[in-house]
Design a protein around this ligand. Structure first.
Ligand code: UDP
Length: 479
């Protein structure tokens, strides 16, 4: 009889910033000897398999199996930020039925290729906003561990949505003179978090479906048997301690990209880990970076979902040009709403600026020519930047981004916050301050946190110990 290994089902929320960290965690677990059924929606499944060299990936991770379920939307339905609530709703209804059926068939071992070596799953690791897994886990009596892909700080803020409503902090009204006032009802954040920094759902009226959706998700998430976060102790220790009041098991295992690298070090280099990119990376920017002096380039990217106006993009463009610093800018085809890209930006490739529609971001951030990152403050981007000690300029817009940028600029001091303004003079000024190292505290803090991030994933470090704890805990479910 072949050796049977613990089998874990993993369920990400189907957008870039959620699939990527889940895939990295899956690779770490697979490397540790688990069998993984990675369940994407059909839409994401096709993209992922189109973007990786499947045979070489699977030869590196033979215990890995990609499965998929429908998300309930028609194939031509958009799956961008404009339709995110429809996606949430359809996954939690139609997707739930399909996921339940899939788990039942895995429990009966019907869908397993090789029943000799695959056993029925012992637990589900699901994204924090895929509460359908909590329902299915409860019904079928399988433990569910939740993986919230936000920072610990933002996760903690979400756990206070009800309190924020009670205290009439929701809805946050833009333009209100109290917008800079402190929010005092969230422990550990009383002195730092302003109304303007709250997640964007806090702008909703209290009976708004989006707010209701997140209230429900957050309350169901509490039923999970543990919480996984892509962060590390030395970055968010006071908040992580607070999260222990909700979960007896909190596994902070970040930065995942560094953890994955350290865990794979020393194993045969059959294939590189999957990048988790849902878009085709334009690698020509790496050759362009190779020709630039050390620490000279500002990298500009607003992640996978943010959209902006033509005017805003022009302000960034002029600010960057006026700063006199070389820049590498990710301009996705869907970044600008309305009339499309201004002409100036349509053919910008010259010695000073290079534009791509999608970059190999982790590699770019670690490139020696890059000296700063102008970002929308998505959590993955923020952590990727902290990991390599790159200072940031934050232009946060939606979801958790304002919480992250507040932490970056005022708690960790690893960057500057543009607040809500992106006029060209602000962009120019901030790029100069950052790239000319005018702020000594930022330079010191970025180095400090990069060292701590690396330490956390090395033997004896907090994330290293926590991933081992997670592995032991899952194995103990099996036995
Ligand atoms: N990313 C990338 N190439 C790009 C832009 C972004 O690979 O050109 C990756 C980036 O490394 C990060 C993810 O996309 O891991 C974006 O996640 P984040 O949480 O920062 O922002 P979101 O897209 O969710 O707003």
């Amino acid at each position: 009889m072949a050796d049977l290994q613990s089998h874990v089902v993993m369920l990400p929320f189907p957008v870039q910033g959620h699939v990527k960290p889940m895939l990295m965690l899956a690779e770490v677990l697979c490397h540790a000897g688990f069998r993984i059924s990675f369940v994407n929606t059909d839409h994401i499944h096709d993209i992922i398999l189109g973007n990786i060299d499947k045979s070489s990936f699977l030869s590196q991770f033979p215990g890995f199996c990609f499965l998929s379920i429908p998300d309930g939307l028609s194939p031509e339905h958009p799956r961008d930020i404009s339709s995110i609530i429809e996606l949430f709703t359809s996954i939690n209804s139609m997707g739930k039925i399909m996921f339940r059926d899939l788990i039942i068939s895995l429990l009966r071992q019907e869908d397993l290729d090789d029943k000799e070596t695959w056993q029925a799953p012992c637990c589900i690791i699901a994204d924090g906003i895929m509460s359908l897994a909590i329902d299915v886990g409860e019904e079928l009596e399988i433990p569910v561990i939740t993986f919230r892909t936000y920072s610990a700080t933002c996760t903690w803020v979400y756990f206070h949505l009800e309190k924020l409503i009670e205290q009439r902090e929701i809805p946050v009204l833009e333009g209100n003179e109290d917008i800079d006032g402190l929010v005092t009802c969230i422990p550990e954040l009383e002195k730092v978090l302003r109304r303007r920094d709250l997640p964007s759902i806090c702008k909703c009226e209290i009976d708004h479906p989006t707010l209701k959706f997140f209230l429900e998700q957050t309350s169901k998430m509490k039923k999970a048997s543990g919480l996984i976060l892509n962060t590390f102790e030395d970055l968010e220790a006071p908040i992580i301690r607070q999260l222990h009041s909700i979960y007896s098991k909190v596994y902070t295992i970040g930065p995942l990209q560094a953890l994955l690298k350290s865990q794979l070090a020393g194993s045969p280099p059959i294939a590189a880990p999957a990048t988790g990119s849902l878009r085709q990376e334009d690698r020509t920017c790496i050759s362009w970076l190779d020709r630039q002096p050390a620490k000279s380039v500002i990298y500009v990217s607003f992640g996978s979902v943010v959209v902006m106006s033509r005017d805003q993009i022009l302000e960034f463009w002029h600010g960057l040009i006026n700063s006199g610093k070389p820049f590498l800018w990710v301009i996705r085809p869907d970044l600008v709403f309305g009339d499309g890209l201004p002409e100036e930006i349509m053919c910008p490739t010259n010695e000073r600026g290079y534009v791509v529609s999608w970059a190999p971001q982790v590699e770019v951030l670690a490139h020696c020519a890059v000296g700063g990152f102008l970002t929308h403050s998505g959590w993955n981007s923020t952590l990727e930047s902290i990991t390599v000690g790159l200072p940031m300029i934050c232009w946060p817009l939606i979801v958790d981004q304002k919480v992250n940028s507040r932490c970056v600029s005022d708690i960790w001091r690893v960057g500057l916050d543009m607040k809500d303004s992106c006029d060209r003079s602000t962009v120019e000024k901030m790029v100069r301050v950052l790239m000319e190292n005018q702020d000594e505290e930022i330079a010191k803090s970025t180095t400090k946190f990069a060292n701590l991030a690396q330490k956390s994933v090395m033997e004896g470090g907090s994330s290293f110990c926590n991933i081992n704890k997670l592995i032991e805990d899952i194995r103990s479910i099996q036995s």
